[in-house]
Design a binder for this molecule. Structure first.
Ligand SMILES: [Zn+2]
Length: 250
């Protein structure tokens, strides 16, 4: 097993073993019960979203009783199940580990990969992407169907997208984080160009879509490249989610 695939493969195998339908939202309480994992909700201190304890055959997951959303709690819950199955040890997990689901800590990354695959299996995403275009609407649809946050759905869709694409979270001026599809080798700029369509959104126009000059979003000039931008503006928090799809013009 490749180290970096450990989380995904463990979740994949668990779904297979438990016979969970990939086209439906997973019930995590059922999963915990089948694995004889006890679940408790208890305040663990500021910034701590979840913890788990493994001692012999006894296994426990502890969740923050006041999560910022039920979707966030589901991710933490899955992440802790991941630790118990992959690492068979005890962990205390702070919010930083979950941020964009990327962390430098290998064990935390594996637990995040496990959570992503358990909540949103790759096979289901592949199926969806063969039928529907990758748009903000699709991200919303997948997030609702699988009870995940928008960011988990967006990241899974981009990672699985079978062409060159990128997902960018920004504040209109600078990039805050990005995820690229496996097929995207372009270098995404850290600075948001004034020519980007993102600047045409406002409190009354939340979503905008169209072709833009690829240099609005990437640092290197590539011949015959078409860039399709869709930006969704979150008015309350004044942040932007941009989906970029790149095609070669032939
Ligand atoms: Zn963790």
């Amino acid at each position: 097993m490749n180290k970096s695939d450990k989380g995904f493969l463990t979740a994949y195998k668990l779904r297979q073993d438990l016979g969970i339908d990939p086209s439906k939202c997973i019930n995590l309480n059922d999963v915990a019960e089948k694995l004889t994992i006890r679940v408790k909700r208890k305040d663990l201190g500021a910034g701590i979203e979840g913890a788990c304890k493994s001692s012999g055959v006894k296994r426990l997951v502890v969740l923050n009783p006041n999560p910022s959303s039920p979707q966030k709690e589901r991710f933490t819950f899955s992440h802790e199940i991941g630790h118990l199955l992959i690492h068979q040890s005890s962990y205390i997990c702070t919010e930083d580990f979950f941020h964009t689901y990327k962390t430098q800590n290998d064990e935390e990354q594996e637990a995040n990969d496990f959570a992503a695959e358990l909540l949103l299996p790759r096979s289901a995403i592949l199926d969806i992407l063969t039928q529907k275009d990758l748009t903000f609407r699709l991200i919303e649809h997948v997030a609702v169907k699988y009870c995940t946050s928008l960011s988990v759905a967006a990241i899974r869709l981009i990672q699985t997208f079978n062409d060159s694409a990128a997902l960018i979270w920004h504040n209109g001026q600078r990039l805050l984080w990005k995820v690229k599809s496996d097929h995207c080798s372009l270098k995404i700029s850290d600075v948001i160009s004034p020519m980007a369509l993102a600047h045409k959104t406002d409190d009354s126009k939340w979503d905008i879509k169209g072709n833009v000059d690829p240099l609005c979003w990437i640092d290197n000039e590539v011949d015959n490249l078409i860039c399709e931008e869709e930006t969704h503006y979150f008015t309350k928090i004044k942040k932007y989610l941009t989906i970029l799809k790149f095609y070669e013009d032939d």
